[in-house]
Design a protein around this ligand. Structure first.
Ligand code: ASP
Length: 192
């Protein structure tokens, strides 16, 4: 059975209602995994941070990259990072530049918090796990999976503050799609 490590950093995907009527990141990786349907994948979960993504700094990124490298060294088939969407592209690019090798590293998040109608976190996490275990995703560098689209960390941008389809790779397009749960990456593998 394939093995995937899920590393949580916070963001809307992990948010719960706050006393002031807003939402704050509070859920850990174990909580997020509970929202996944049954998978033929062995999943481990670790909470690295519980932050809104504008608060993620370089020390947090270094710790995250260390955690990703440790999981890869332990032999996982792929790593999924859950993260706030406001700075997901910066974190994905950092991982793209600092994680060597072909093991898929997939960053995902949510535009809607858990508990809201049509929360997109579970679907995005599911798609991210599927991409992280896909042979098609090997060697493509760090990826961002949102709304069933697979974006290269070097190209992806957040272009909308609330739409679940907020992400695009301007001038390039997504590297792949997740169609009914199955990833298909059309791009040729990059040599790294
Ligand atoms: N403010 C949130 C964050 O980036 C937004 C999100 O996750 O969608 O942490």
């Amino acid at each position: 059975m394939k093995r995937v490590a899920i590393l949580a950093m916070g963001g809307t995907i992990a948010m719960v209602p706050a006393p002031d009527g807003g939402v704050v990141p509070a859920l850990g990786a174990e909580d997020l995994v509970k929202a996944l349907p049954g998978l033929d994948v062995e999943v481990t979960a670790r909470t690295v941070r519980t932050l809104p993504s504008p608060s993620v700094g370089f020390a947090d990124l270094v710790d995250l990259a260390d955690a990703v490298r440790a999981e890869i060294a332990a032999g996982v088939d792929g790593v999924v990072v859950t993260h706030g969407t406001d700075t997901i592209e910066e974190t994905a690019l950092f991982l793209d530049l600092t994680i060597p090798g072909d093991t898929p590293v997939v960053v995902t998040g949510a535009m809607r918090p858990p508990g809201s109608p049509g929360a997109d976190g579970p679907a995005n996490l599911y798609a991210a796990v599927k991409v992280a275990t896909s042979a098609d995703a090997r060697g493509l560098g760090a990826l961002v999976v949102m709304s069933d689209e697979v974006h290269g960390a070097r190209f992806v941008r957040k272009g909308h503050t609330s739409s679940t389809g907020a992400f695009a790779s301007p001038g390039f397009g997504p590297l792949g799609l997740v169609v009914e749960g199955e990833p298909a990456c059309a791009a040729p593998r990059a040599s790294r």
